[in-house]
Design a protein around this ligand. Structure first.
Ligand SMILES: [Zn+2]
Length: 73
């Protein structure tokens, strides 16, 4: 589920600093609520790639592309 953007000084499982906005993100789940700060803090901080994937609508999943690739064999 999409949540308001937040960042944290405590990265949790993330390899680099990122801001998050989806509570299904496994990195979000690794960051205690007490360590979450509302907002993105800086423009250089990246949007978490897992949150980006989770925010995509189901229709943009790559299944159609995989099916068309198979037809090339
Ligand atoms: Zn995330």
């Amino acid at each position: 589920m999409k949540i308001p953007a937040f960042h944290s000084q405590w990265r949790g499982l993330a390899l680099e600093d990122a801001w998050h906005d989806n509570d299904e993100c496994f990195i979000v789940k690794s960051i205690p609520r007490a360590h979450r700060i509302p907002g993105k803090e800086t423009v250089t901080r990246k949007h978490c790639r897992y949150c980006v994937l989770l925010n995509e609508p189901a229709t943009s999943k790559p299944l159609p592309r995989l099916l068309s690739a198979e037809s090339d064999y």
